[in-house]
Design a protein around this ligand. Structure first.
Ligand SMILES: *[C@@H]1O[C@H](CO)[C@@H](O)[C@H](O)[C@H]1NC(C)=O
Length: 320
């Protein structure tokens, strides 16, 4: 594969250190999907209470958007929770420009925790791609040789080798993608059927050759796989880093009931092990966006993706 193709591939990606597929027996456990844990709220429970909550719900994996000290400290000793830690977009330029910065990023943000915290993935940037501001820095950071050397410190040796040493022709490092059928529905509710966007129908809505789609999530997932294959990359492991539905902010299209339907059906879809039409019988690795409503996000739907409203003593609804 030539350089521009590699670039294209990586520019669409975040990097991850290992993949772990959990065995899941029932829908009652959240170990089937992960949860995103954002911190842009001034009324969120303390990190230690959040981690206690995750443990009480058997949440097997979470994703945080930055290496927040309080959260990582609260995770100490809770190695049953797999943690994806993001490198902030704002840090990418400095990391891309200077290898020593990568070394010190790890020394500051990862090394102090790695013995006690089950850090499974490092993602490079968040929604950096597509985009001209942060996107161009992602590849240089991923290829940083200091990142390679640093991997000796990890507990899981597999996370080391699979990431930066491998060639992109035989991808084993997952690409993280966000999949939001909601936005398609919200932008054209007359033509995009609600049931197709929230997994509420078994009817075939879209046919792509032999592949038949009854939900938009699968169609987006597979479209990404096709796009990667066009670039010469087959068998790409894909992680759905975010999917969700807002519970408010856009009238009747955003209600707790609709959010509940989407999330519940998504969890069922993953738990079924059906995979997607293009990749059948495979466990989709996915993270729900997100745990709590974040009141410091922009006004509107962005404040309402949480499964829980931190101001309410009880969950908006019982999902698990
Ligand atoms: C770390 O997290 C992963 C992903 O959830 C999990 O499969 C693995 O068992 C965890 N490790 C430990 C030591 O519990």
């Amino acid at each position: 594969m030539d350089y521009s193709k590699k670039l294209f591939l990586v520019l669409l990606s975040c990097v991850a250190l290992i993949i772990s597929y959990n065995k899941v027996d029932s829908l009652s456990t959240t170990s089937v999907v992960g949860l995103n844990y954002g911190l842009l709220g001034d009324n969120l429970p303390s990190p230690s209470n959040v981690i206690k909550f995750y443990k009480s719900q058997n949440v097997a994996k979470i994703r945080i958007f930055e290496p927040n000290k309080d959260v990582l400290n609260a995770l100490r000793g809770n190695r049953e929770i797999g943690v994806t830690v993001g490198i902030k977009n704002e840090d990418l330029a400095a990391l891309a420009a200077n290898k020593d910065t990568v070394k010190s990023w790890f020394a500051t943000n990862i090394d102090p925790y790695i013995a006690d915290v089950n850090i499974t993935f490092i993602t490079v940037g968040n929604q950096a791609i597509p985009g001209d501001i942060y996107g161009p820095h992602v590849l240089p950071v991923e290829k940083s040789p200091d990142l390679d050397q640093h991997h000796g410190h990890y507990h899981e040796p597999s996370c080391v080798e699979t990431t930066f040493h491998r060639s992109f022709n035989t991808p084993s490092t997952p690409i993280f993608v966000n999949i939001y059928p909601y936005y398609f529905y919200a932008s054209d509710p007359k033509n995009v059927p609600l049931e197709y966007t929230n997994f509420n129908t078994d009817q075939i809505v879209v046919k792509d050759g032999a592949l038949k789609y009854s939900n938009l999530f699968d169609a987006i997932f597979d479209a990404f796989l096709w796009a990667m294959e066009k670039e010469g990359v087959k068998g790409l492991p894909l992680v759905v880093s975010e999917t969700g539905w807002p519970s408010a902010g856009n009238g009747g299209m955003t209600t707790p009931a609709l959010q509940y339907t989407y999330i519940g059906n998504f969890v069922k879809h993953v738990a079924s092990g059906k995979g997607t039409p293009k990749r059948p019988n495979s466990r989709i690795d996915g993270y729900i966006f997100e745990t709590y409503n974040e009141n410091q996000k922009p006004v509107g739907i962005y404040q309402h993706f949480g499964l829980y409203d931190p101001t309410e003593p009880t969950p908006m609804y019982k999902l698990y």
